[in-house]
Design a protein around this ligand. Structure first.
Ligand SMILES: [Zn+2]
Length: 117
């Protein structure tokens, strides 16, 4: 049984061996996870997600479904470097948490690494 992959960005069907989406150019094969969090838990949840080395991008949306923050995760494995790289994002998230009533975090992961967990 074959299951066609769908683009995590636009939902378009992808060719079986496609590396990139032909519709929007997003990288194919990424796994997307969505979390609903209350603003009080936003910073905490973000830190937890960012520790995962398979995470490629973290998108924060507000109660209207609008993207308020899109963080390309380039720091790789967790540790002291990751904590430093996170600092400016955590500040931005603190501001978002202060004005939002409900938040959604969308996490894009590479499936190869995610399969290990
Ligand atoms: Zn697409």
């Amino acid at each position: 049984m074959s299951r066609n992959m769908k683009c995590v960005e636009c939902g378009a069907e992808l060719a079986p061996n496609a590396k990139f989406c032909s519709a929007c150019g997003a990288q194919a094969g990424l796994k997307k996870e969505v979390f609903q969090v209350s603003p009080e838990k936003l910073v905490e949840k973000f830190k937890e997600i960012a520790k995962d080395a398979s995470v490629k991008r973290i998108v924060v949306k507000n109660e209207n479904g609008r993207t308020v923050l899109s963080v390309p995760v380039t720091w790789g494995a967790a540790g002291a470097v990751a904590t430093l790289a996170l600092a400016p994002w955590l500040a931005a998230i603190g501001v978002i948490a202060g004005v939002a009533t409900k938040c959604t975090i969308e996490v894009e992961k590479t499936p190869a690494v995610a399969a290990r967990t």
